[in-house]
Design a protein around this ligand. Structure first.
Ligand code: ARG
Length: 466
């Protein structure tokens, strides 16, 4: 059997070979097999319940679908390009297995509502997988943040050393990003969860179907309200790709930090052996390949979002074959993102932080200059602008001496600002600086420890939003 033997009533001959090649989607939409069978079973039960097909026919259709599912699971289902897509491959096999009754399954539906339904079911599962992966990654990062709440490293702006921050605080920044990614996943899932099945080709059907029943059977919240919209929008796939793109961007930023931190110049981390590679020529090398690839693969995911936006742009209602091009970008983006997420989770679970090295790096860059300026405001009542100016002059002096602010003598400090006393030194230390940042969301170690507990409650408990 070929696809033209299914739809070929008005055709004299089969498709040209090259037509078959450009037209067929079975090479990739076979990944929708389980969803296609589930949607067909729900449709079949509804048709019987509405007396549109007989109970006998429904029983044999359901039995046939079960067998097809087993054949696919066992790997002995023959996917045929001549049958174009997954829908016709399944239907044709059903006809082999149960004969004429198979032809009743396609009553009151079309491949247009069928493919939209199958694909939504697939994307819904991908969103669930993404949420699980993000949650696992958050759990790893929170654990590591708690351990390193009081370990200090230079915080950067413009990649210039700025102020001391807690390593735990730095890691928790990513936990927040991933938390928003998960809220995008939730939003996307809520918007997606309307069932297209029964919209038929584009206009609905004259059969007395029960769309609410198929929607409920497939775990949708309701039936999609407009048949034209139901078969022809792919914004649920765009939502997935947009969400995936933002997550991929977040992962790429952490990956980039691992690349920088693993360099000999920084040496803030030693990446686990399992996530590093050697060089074929330079024996000393430990390359951060996994992190580099995560950094790069964000490009792919964003590219897939672009692909589908461009496919959809300007398409008239309702279904057009262009929409068959929706699947590969989503499948490939999902595979890529799942892989990146697993790699980053594994890497961050095992990466060794060189906290001594991080602390030593804080000696460069006058990281506590802001603390001194703040102290002049707090303890001596200077206007902040003047305190800023005074501290700038002291940094210049320290730089000329080749040391840090804490290496200046009291006389040095007084030569610039006579108001300064011995007590100024108390704010120049790293730990004092860190501990002083107690404002809400600030980097003080006590804040960070509390933030870990709060983040677990917000993101990881069963009560946390799914
Ligand atoms: N393989 C098609 C797709 O992926 C299924 C829908 C085809 N519908 C049609 N009227 N040709 O979009």
């Amino acid at each position: 059997m070929t696809s033209s033997s299914i739809w070929g009533g008005r055709f004299g001959g089969g498709p040209a070979d090259i037509m078959e090649e450009i037209n067929a989607s079975i090479g990739f939409d076979r990944r929708l097999a389980a969803q296609d069978i589930a949607a067909s079973a729900a449709h079949c039960r509804m048709l019987a319940a509405c007396n549109i097909i007989s109970e006998d026919d429904a029983r044999s259709i359901l039995g046939g679908l079960d067998r097809i599912e087993e054949e696919i699971a066992r790997g002995d289902f023959e996917f045929k390009r001549s049958l174009e897509d997954i829908h016709m491959n399944v239907e044709s096999r059903l006809a082999d297995l149960i004969g004429e009754a198979a032809g009743r399954l396609h009553t009151a539906r079309s491949r247009n509502d069928q493919v939209a339904t199958d694909f939504k079911l697939w994307v819904r599962e991908a969103l669930g997988r993404l949420d699980d992966g993000l949650r696992r990654f958050q759990a790893v990062l929170i654990d590591r943040a708690e351990t390193h709440a009081a370990d200090v490293l230079p915080g950067f702006t413009h990649l210039q050393a700025a102020q001391p921050v807690s390593l735990g605080h730095h890691l928790l920044a990513y936990v927040e990003m991933l938390g928003r990614d998960r809220s995008r996943v939730r939003d996307a899932r809520a918007r997606l969860n309307e069932c297209p099945l029964g919209a038929a080709a584009l206009a609905g059907t004259s059969f007395p179907i029960d769309r609410a029943a198929t929607a409920a059977a497939l775990g949708f919240d309701r039936a999609a309200a407009n048949s034209l919209d139901a078969v022809s929008d792919r914004d649920f796939a765009l939502d997935y790709l947009a969400t995936a793109s933002i997550t991929a961007v977040h992962l790429s930023r952490l990956a980039e930090e691992m690349v920088i931190w693993a360099s000999a110049q920084f040496a803030f981390v030693r990446l686990p052996d399992g996530f590093s590679t050697g060089s074929s020529i330079m024996p000393q090398k430990r390359n951060p390949d996994a992190a580099e690839l995560v950094r790069a693969k964000a490009g792919r995911v964003i590219g897939h979002l672009n692909t589908l936006l461009i496919v959809m742009k300007g398409l008239p209602l309702a279904y057009s074959k262009d929409m068959q091009e929706d699947k590969e970008p989503v499948f490939e983006a999902a595979d890529t993102l799942d892989l990146c997420l697993a790699a980053m989770t594994g890497m961050m679970a095992e990466v060794a932080f060189d906290t001594e090295r991080m602390r030593a790096a804080c000696r460069l860059g006058f990281l506590t200059a802001t603390d001194l300026a703040d102290w002049l405001v707090r303890a001596r009542g200077l206007p902040f602008r003047r305190a800023h100016h005074v501290t700038g002059a002291l940094v210049k002096l320290a730089e000329a001496r080749g040391g840090g602010l804490e290496d200046l003598s009291l006389d040095d400090l007084r030569s610039v600002e006579p108001e300064i006393g011995e007590d100024a030194f108390s704010v120049l230390g790293l730990d004092a600086s860190l501990a002083s940042r107690t404002s809400f969301g600030g980097t003080a170690p006590d804040n960070v420890r509390a933030a870990c507990i709060e983040a677990r409650a917000r993101f990881l408990t069963p009560e946390a939003p799914p």
